[in-house]
Design a protein around this ligand. Structure first.
Ligand SMILES: [Zn+2]
Ligand SMILES: [Zn+2]
Length: 173
């Protein structure tokens, strides 16, 4: 392989950084990282976590809520009980809290996981023009895809991408 072949493309480069950032998360259920990119310039990084100065999941434990979700399997609808940790501010929301609107206009967000409905809704109003994610989030996928289409935002899954091995942590699912 020549040097050009070994060199990471930009998608891989920024998604690797998002995964690196996700390792800062203290929630034992989810490690999500996101980065803001303008042109080829990194303008912000964020992960899911409790507000600053407030005990996080590693100190206070996850704050679990149980919800029933409608799941479709082979045309059958089924209610499944799911647990979620609500202690953290999501990575995408933290990214919006710690970046400036002017930096976000026309920018790209790389995020390790497909945004949930609330994050997608906020991103759609944030000036960001493109969202690139890796792992899927089936629960909200359909309505999020529709929103992105409606808003004219580029919404891409990096299929075939392999995260750096040291960034994958054990999580309870
Ligand atoms: Zn947690
Ligand atoms: Zn979210």
């Amino acid at each position: 392989m020549n040097q050009e072949g070994l060199r990471k493309d930009w998608d891989t480069y920024f998604m690797d950084i998002a995964y690196m950032v996700s390792t800062r998360s203290q929630c034992s259920r989810r490690h999500v990282g996101s980065v803001l990119v303008q042109g080829k310039k990194l303008l912000g990084t964020a992960y899911n976590g409790a507000p600053m100065g407030v005990p996080d999941c590693s100190e206070a434990g996850c704050m679990i809520v149980e919800e029933y979700e409608l799941k479709q399997t082979e045309g059958q609808e089924e209610m499944v009980k799911k647990q979620r940790c609500i202690r953290t501010i999501h990575a995408e929301q933290n990214l919006l809290l710690f970046t400036d609107r002017i930096d976000r206009e026309g920018s790209t967000v790389y995020v390790t996981d497909q945004p949930c409905w609330t994050c997608a809704n906020m991103l759609a109003n944030s000036g960001v023009k493109e969202i690139v994610y890796h792992r899927g989030y089936p629960k909200d996928s359909e309505k999020v895809q529709q929103l992105m289409q409606h808003k004219g935002l580029l919404f891409r899954c990096l299929s075939g991408y392999q995260p750096p091995e040291q960034t994958l942590m054990n999580v309870i699912s």
